[in-house]
Ligand binder design. Structure first.
Ligand SMILES: [Zn+2]
Length: 75
């Protein structure tokens, strides 16, 4: 992967002050991110492999949730 560019991974537009990160990609608008996700939703398993080096906050919270569940079970 090359260095991060200041461009939307979906439409190639430049970012303003705000961008929407996802799986190591960045999108200029929420619409871009949503469209991209809709197109790649079925490939998410592959996406996870490609961007496995950059786990999302959702994945982290899932792991945290699982850990809590385990703790509850063990207690
Ligand atoms: Zn965009």
């Amino acid at each position: 992967m090359t260095k991060l560019e200041n461009r939307c991974a979906y439409c190639g537009g430049k970012f303003g002050l705000i961008y929407h990160p996802h799986w190591g990609l960045r999108f200029c608008r929420k619409v871009c991110k949503d469209d991209f996700l809709a197109k790649t939703a079925k490939d998410h398993a592959r996406m996870r492999k490609w961007f496995g080096m950059a786990p999302s906050s959702k994945e982290r919270s899932d792991a945290h949730h699982q850990r809590r569940m385990t703790e509850v079970k063990q207690t």
